[in-house]
Design a protein around this ligand. Structure first.
Ligand code: SF4
Ligand code: SF4
Length: 231
């Protein structure tokens, strides 16, 4: 409610205001580009916005929809929909940045309100937003978490994943599955070899990388490399 006093919320259908063609200072966009309509709409959003911010794994790195890029999408569609001929999609689902210029990316599945507020606060003060690209491992160390990779041999993606969640999963004794996308300067090849040492098969290792953020270049490269038998 405090935020609503500081900014004008122009278009946010779930909250009430609907004005899709409005010129705005900041546009928050969620979801990947999957249909011809979305492809057209994102161009209009870009043209009408001073800053465009993607929120979440789908808009930023493909997300769940982009899983089909590595599968037989027509077969999936045929098995799910009674009348697949009415499904109008592009050949692939891709992040917003593959279609228009993106000014800032908020990673995560889902993102949290702390990220949104930090970004908006910086923008309202007219300063560049701080980019948090440390790994989840660093957050674990700061919090004194027991490492589930070392202590329990869980295939934790924390060494290559950017923080932002407060190391949520390791705090509760489970491995990170990389929902916040790649950290700065990750070393996925080394982690792949570590996973192989834990006994994971190549397809299982590839799946760790080609998951929610499968279009993030560092993860895509690592996943396809393992799939091709080059760990
Ligand atoms: S639990 Fe995962 S994120 Fe935490 S220190 Fe170990 S490997 Fe890193
Ligand atoms: S620990 Fe990993 S999977 Fe869990 S919330 Fe954080 S980034 Fe996402």
């Amino acid at each position: 409610m405090t935020l609503a006093d500081r900014v004008d919320i122009v278009h946010f259908a779930e909250a009430g205001p609907v004005e899709p063609q409005a010129d705005v200072d900041i546009a928050f966009v969620e979801g990947s580009i999957t249909t011809p309509d979305e492809q057209e709409r994102i161009q209009a959003v870009r043209a009408n916005s001073r800053y465009l911010v993607t929120i979440g794994a789908c808009a930023t790195a493909g997300g769940v929809q982009a899983l089909r890029n590595n599968a037989d999408a027509p077969a999936w569609i045929a098995s799910v929909y009674a009348s697949p001929q009415f499904i109008d999609t592009l050949a692939t689902s891709t992040p917003v940045s593959e279609h228009v210029r993106v000014d800032y990316e908020l990673w995560g599945c889902p993102i949290n309100s702390r990220q949104v507020l930090a970004l908006l606060r910086a923008m309202l003060f007219g300063v560049a937003p701080a980019i948090e690209r440390d790994s989840v491992c660093l957050e674990c160390k700061r919090r004194g978490n027991v490492c589930v990779l070392v202590a329990q041999q869980q295939p934790c993606m924390g060494p290559v994943t950017q923080t932002g969640c407060g190391a949520l999963c390791p705090r509760f004794g489970r491995d990170c599955y990389a929902c916040y996308g790649p950290a700065e300067n990750p070393n996925p090849d080394s982690l792949s070899r570590r996973f192989a040492g834990l006994g994971l098969m190549p397809e299982d290792i590839a799946r760790r990388f080609l998951h929610i953020n499968n279009h993030a270049p560092a993860f895509a490269m690592a996943g396809h490399k393992v799939k091709a038998g080059k760990p």
